[in-house]
Design a protein around this ligand. Structure first.
Ligand code: ACM
Ligand code: ZN
Length: 718
C-alpha cells in the first residue's frame, strides 16, 4: 500500500515539476518541496572527481569546496560507487542534501548535467547568485550507448579554438561524449605538425596567393587558420573535463588536395590533363606505392599521438578517387606485386600500412564505411557508417564495431526544409526526423545491434564559409535542436515522443539555450492567404515579424495584412536567441515555368545534358571543361515573359561550387540586343526585369572555380 501511495505521489507531482531533462533519464521521481543551495552550502567531493567539482564551479558560486570532507546538512556531495555503470549516476535531492553518486568521474559529470537542468535556465549563463532551489527527486540514469558523438568539420570552414570549446560545452549539456574532429580535407590542413610546419602554415589558408585553391566561399582573399599543438592540447583537456574524448581525423588516402598542393610528391606518378581545369591540379589521393608517403604519415601520426589522448585516430578512407591509382604505374605495380585484386584492395593495403603506424604509437584506426569494401580490413577497425543505412547494416553484419551516422538522419549540414540553407544530397530533415530514428524500423536485428558501437551526428562545413563563420549563428541553427534530439537517440533507453520533446524545448530548453546564447531554430510559422488577407501564427509563443520585400522594411506582425501581392511578404519569428526560417504563404513560393531553350559556349556532358537546365527542377547540366572569360550561357523564352524576379545561378544548387567566379547577367527584350543588368556574386544574381523579356544571358569575365566543369541550373522565376 505504501508503495502504491508513493507511485501516486510520483506521478502526480511530475506534472508540477518542469525539469524536462534532455536526454530523458532512465527513471526520475519527484517529491513535494525543494532543497535550497545557499551561500552556506559546501560542495564536498571525493578526490577522484575533482575535475567535475571544478566544472560545477563554472555554474554555481559555492563559497567552499572541500575534498573528502564530512557532509553536513545543506551540502552538495559528489561521490563514486563503482557498482553503478561507468557513466551512470544517481542524483538524490532531499531536505538535507543534494547527492550525486556516479559509477566513475564520468557518471558524476553526467549527474551534474542533470542537476544543472533542475536549476533555473539562467544557470547556463554562468552568472547566477545563490540561493537556488532544487526540487526533491531521485533520478537514476545511465546511457544507452557509450559512444555519443558529434563530428565537426573544421577543414572546409575553420573556426577558432574558442569556438570549438563553445561547442564542447554545448555537447556536455547534452551528455554527448565524443568529439570527432575532422581536421584535414581537400580544402585545408588544420593541425600543426612540427616536423612539417608547412602543412598547417600553408595548408591552413586558401585563396589569395596560397597554393591551396579555394573550392567554396572566399576566392580572392587568403582565408583560414589552424590549431597549434598547444591549442589542441588545451582543447583535449577542456573536453576531458567535460567527459568528452576528442578523436582527431586526418582524412586519407583521398580528400587530400590541400596536402597535395603543398607536397606534390605525395600524389601518383602520372601527368594529369590540366587543359580542362585551367591549369589547376585537382588530384587529391595519396599514392599508395611510395615508401616516402608512409614515412610522412609516420611523422604526422607520431605527433598526433602525443597531442590526443584518445585510443583512436580516424584515418578517413572515404570517397577515394580510384581512377588516380588506375592511372599510376607505381600503384598498378604494387597491385600486381602484392596480389591485390582491385583498387579497393589498394586502399586496404594503404589502410593496413597506416594501421601499422598507429599500432606503433599505441593507437587504433577508425575509418569511413567505404574502407571496408576491399574485404581485407581486420574486424578490430572501427567503422563510421555515413553513406546510408544500408552501409551501416553492411558494416554491422560483417562484424565491425560501427558508429551509426547515416546522412539522411544525422548529417546536420543537410537542410531542415526545402527553402532553407544547407545540403540536400542525403535528405532534408528537421529535429523531428532525428528523434524518430528507430533501429528496428531501419532493419537492424539483434545481431546487427551487437556491433552498433554508438551514434554520431555530423556537420560538414562546405557552405558554412558562406554564412559568416565569425559568428556561430549558422552552425548553431543547423545543430539546435537537431543535436538535442540526437542526444535522446544516443542516451535514452525509452525515447520520449516528439510532442513531449517539443514541450520540453518550449517549456525550458529554449530558455536554457537563450542563457547559452545559442541561435536555435524555432519551428516554422504558419502563413496563409485567404480572401485578400495574409495571416501568420506560431505554436511556440515566439514573436512574429514580417518583411515587405518591395521596401525591404521589417516590422512586428500584430494583425492580418490586407494585400493583393501575398508573394511580396516574408515572415519569421524570434524568441530569445532563437529564430525561425523565413517563410511566406503558398503564393510566396510559387514559381513560373515558361518554356525556355538553353545554349552555351561550352558543350555539356551526355550524362547531364544542357536540356536539364530547361526543366525548372533540381536536375543540372554539367559542362565538359571549366569556364574561361568570355564563356556564356543563354536562356531564351519561347514567348515574352512577364515576372517579378529571376534568380540566375551557376554551380551546384546547394553548394557554391563549379560556378563562375566573375561575370554578369544581361537581358534582351527584342531577342537581339542585350543590356547588362547585374553582376554575378558567387556565380549568381537576382534580377528584376521589365515586362516582355525574351532572353537572359550569363557571361563569364573570369575563369570558373577549380573544377573541370561548371554546373548550369534552371532559372528560378517568380
Ligand atoms: C563523408 O561524408 N564523406 C564521410
Ligand atoms: Zn600511385
Amino acid at each position: 500500500m505504501k508503495k502504491f501511495l508513493f507511485f501516486i505521489l510520483t506521478i502526480s507531482t511530475l506534472g508540477s515539476v518542469s525539469a524536462q531533462i534532455i536526454p530523458q533519464p532512465k527513471s526520475e521521481s519527484y517529491g513535494d518541496g525543494s532543497f535550497t543551495i545557499t551561500n552556506k552550502s559546501c560542495l564536498v567531493y571525493n578526490s577522484t572527481v575533482r575535475q567535475s567539482a571544478l566544472y560545477l564551479l563554472n555554474y554555481l558560486p559555492f563559497k567552499q569546496i572541500l575534498s573528502s570532507s564530512k557532509v553536513m546538512v545543506g551540502d552538495i556531495e559528489l561521490s563514486i560507487n563503482r557498482y553503478l555503470d561507468e557513466e551512470g549516476y544517481r542524483l538524490t535531492v532531499d531536505k538535507d542534501n543534494i547527492r550525486i553518486v556516479g559509477g566513475s568521474n564520468a557518471g558524476v559529470f553526467n549527474g551534474i548535467q542533470t542537476l544543472l537542468q533542475l536549476l533555473p535556465p539562467q544557470v547556463y549563463s554562468g552568472n547566477v547568485k545563490l540561493p537556488l532551489s532544487v526540487p526533491y527527486c531521485t533520478i537514476e540514469d545511465s546511457p544507452k550507448f557509450s559512444y555519443r558523438g558529434f563530428m565537426l568539420d573544421v577543414a572546409r570552414t575553420w573556426i577558432s579554438a574558442d569556438k570549438v570549446k563553445r561547442y564542447i560545452d554545448l555537447m556536455a549539456y547534452l551528455k554527448l561524449n565524443k568529439l570527432h574532429f575532422h581536421l584535414t580535407d581537400d580544402e585545408g590542413w588544420r593541425i600543426e605538425i612540427k616536423s612539417h610546419p608547412e602543412l598547417a602554415q600553408i595548408g591552413g589558408f586558401r585563396g589569395g596567393d596560397s597554393p591551396v585553391f579555394p573550392r567554396y566561399g572566399k576566392f580572392d582573399e587568403k582565408w583560414g587558420g589552424y590549431y597549434t599543438q598547444q591549442e589542441l592540447k588545451e582543447i583535449v583537456a577542456y573536453a576531458a573535463q567535460r567527459n568528452i574524448e576528442v578523436i582527431p581525423e586526418i582524412d586519407m588516402p583521398g580528400h587530400s588536395k590541400a596536402l597535395g598542393a603543398i607536397y606534390g610528391d605525395i600524389l601518383c606518378n602520372y601527368t594529369p590533363d590540366k587543359n580542362k581545369t585551367n591549369g589547376l591540379e585537382i588530384r587529391n589521393v595519396w599514392c599508395a606505392a611510395k615508401e616516402s608517403n608512409y614515412a610522412l604519415i609516420d611523422d604526422i601520426i607520431r605527433e598526433m599521438s602525443e597531442i590526443f589522448t584518445s585510443d583512436y585516430i580516424h584515418i578517413g578512407g572515404d570517397e577515394v578517387n580510384m581512377s588516380q591509382w588506375r592511372k599510376c604505374p607505381d600503384c598498378q605495380k604494387l597491385k600486381a606485386d602484392k596480389g591485390l585484386e582491385n583498387e579497393k584492395q589498394i586502399e586496404d593495403y594503404f589502410i593496413a600500412r597506416v594501421t601499422e603506424i598507429l599500432t606503433k604509437y599505441g593507437k587504433k584506426p577508425a575509418v569511413w564505411n567505404e574502407a571496408i569494401e576491399g574485404g581485407l580490413l581486420p574486424k578490430t577497425t572501427r567503422v563510421h557508417g555515413w553513406a546510408s543505412i544500408k552501409k551501416c547494416l553492411a558494416a554491422t553484419s560483417k562484424g565491425y564495431p560501427t558508429i551509426i551516422m547515416p546522412g539522411n538522419y544525422f548529417y546536420f549540414d543537410m537542410k531542415q526544409s526545402p527553402s532553407e540553407p544547407g545540403h540536400n544530397w542525403a535528405a532534408i530533415f528537421d529535429a523531428k526526423k532525428v528523434l524518430s530514428f528507430n533501429f528496428a524500423k531501419e532493419g537492424f536485428t539483434a545481431e546487427h545491434l551487437k556491433n552498433v558501437a554508438g551514434i554520431e551526428a555530423s556537420f560538414f562545413s562546405e557552405i558554412y564559409i558562406a554564412h559568416n563563420p565569425e559568428s556561430c549563428n549558422y552552425l548553431d541553427y543547423m545543430l539546435f535542436p537537431r543535436l538535442t534530439a540526437l542526444s535522446e537517440v544516443a542516451w535514452s533507453h525509452s525515447r520520449r515522443s516528439w510532442d513531449e520533446f517539443y514541450n520540453a524545448l518550449k517549456s525550458v530548453h529554449y530558455a536554457r539555450m537563450d542563457a547559452m546564447g545559442v541561435t536555435y531554430r524555432l519551428e516554422t510559422p504558419t502563413v496563409e492567404y485567404t480572401n485578400g488577407t495574409l495571416t501568420a501564427s506560431t505554436a511556440d509563443g515566439s514573436t512574429l515579424y514580417y518583411t515587405d520585400l518591395t521596401t525591404g522594411k521589417s516590422s512586428r506582425y500584430n494583425k492580418p495584412i490586407a494585400t493583393k501581392s501575398p508573394y511580396n511578404y516574408e515572415f519569421y519569428s524570434k524568441k530569445g536567441s532563437g529564430v525561425s526560417k523565413k517563410t511566406g504563404s503558398k503564393e510566396y513560393y510559387t514559381r513560373l515555368k515558361p518554356a525556355v531553350t538553353v545554349t552555351s559556349s561550352i558543350s555539356c556532358s551526355s550524362k547531364a545534358p544542357i536540356t536539364n537546365a530547361t526543366k525548372y527542377s533540381n536536375s543540372i547540366a554539367r559542362t565538359t571543361r571549366a569556364a574561361k572569360a568570355g564563356d556564356w550561357i543563354e536562356y531564351r523564352f519561347t514567348e515574352p515573359l512577364n515576372c517579378r524576379e529571376i534568380e540566375v545561378q551557376t554551380g551546384h544548387i546547394h553548394l557554391r561550387r563549379c560556378h563562375l567566379l566573375k561575370g554578369y547577367v544581361e537581358v534582351s527584350y527584342d531577342g537581339k540586343d542585350f543590356s547588362r543588368i547585374a553582376e554575378l556574386t558567387e556565380g549568381g544574381a537576382t534580377i528584376k526585369p521589365s515586362p516582355s523579356l525574351q532572353a537572359v544571358r550569363v557571361v563569364a569575365t573570369d575563369r570558373s572555380d577549380a573544377e573541370d566543369q561548371i554546373v548550369i541550373q534552371s532559372l528560378k522565376i517568380k
